[in-house]
Design a protein around this ligand. Structure first.
Ligand SMILES: Nc1nc2c(ncn2[C@@H]2O[C@H](COP(=O)(O)OP(=O)(O)OP(=O)(O)O)[C@@H](O)[C@H]2O)c(=O)[nH]1
Ligand SMILES: [Mg+2]
Length: 216
């Protein structure tokens, strides 16, 4: 994965083609089990497969939302009970999809799990590796996709600790506190539809911005 990210980081904004697209895509990315399919199910009303077992979504699924196409990605990163080769194939597919369709994508939604994010990031740091979630977020920003960061499963964090926790998460991504100065962040409890309206609003802002871009 790191190789891919490094390669695409070299893409200059001037190289990003602009195309007139009727229905741009909005991609939903994130580590396995963070709640991507839960989100897509709420958005579409469709019976998207979800599960307690990570790796439930193994292929890329597209849903027509009228003014845009919502794309449910498989989870990236380590998954219990999923073959290493399959994991590699999944990451390659995600990166190739986003890179190949860059000029059709209005924005990306990266979902993280509020409960395990810090712990996972620290574990990678200790091994001297750049955490995959951070690489993904940087990658989406490098491609100028103006990603929305959904911090899901906030029900796992006690309410009085929300601000401190969100500041810490944003800190690991290189953003200074307070977290709420950053427009792209949405704390959420997607299983209870909390945060859903705010995400929808931000999607539409980005979709409308994409459609009104000047084509040169
Ligand atoms: N505590 C809590 N659990 C949630 C929340 N949202 C989703 N979940 C649960 O998290 C688990 C995984 O949800 P999915 O939507 O299948 O996750 P996914 O990201 O699509 O997973 P993959 O398809 O494996 O990549 C399910 O058991 C959900 O019910 C939430 O806000 N809080
Ligand atoms: Mg899924």
């Amino acid at each position: 994965m790191a190789d891919f990210f490094e390669r695409y980081k070299k893409i200059k904004s001037t190289n990003i083609k602009k195309k007139k697209i009727e229905k741009p895509k909005v991609v939903v990315a994130g580590r396995s089990n963070v709640g991507k399919s839960t989100f897509v199910r709420h958005m579409t009303g469709k019976n998207v497969r979800m599960g307690k077992r990570p790796g439930v979504t193994l292929k890329i699924n597209e849903y027509d939302m009228g003014s845009y196409i919502l794309v449910d990605m498989p989870g990236f990163g380590f998954m219990h009970g999923v073959d290493k080769k399959v994991q590699e194939k999944i990451k390659d597919e995600i990166v190739h999809y986003i890179e190949g369709k860059r000029d059709e994508i209005a924005t990306a939604i990266q979902i993280i799990d509020a409960g395990s994010f810090i712990e996972i990031v620290e574990r990678w740091d200790k091994r001297g590796e750049i955490p995959i979630d951070i690489e993904m977020f940087d990658f989406l920003n490098e491609l100028e996709l103006n990603p929305i960061l959904v911090v899901n499963k906030m029900d796992k964090i006690k309410k009085p600790q929300w601000d401190e926790h969100l500041n810490k998460i944003l800190g690991t991504l290189g953003y200074k506190p307070p977290w709420n100065q950053w427009e792209f962040v949405v704390p959420a409890i997607l299983k209870e539809k909390e945060g859903l309206d705010e995400i929808k609003y931000k999607i539409m802002e980005r979709v409308n911005g994409f459609k009104s871009q000047k084509i040169v």
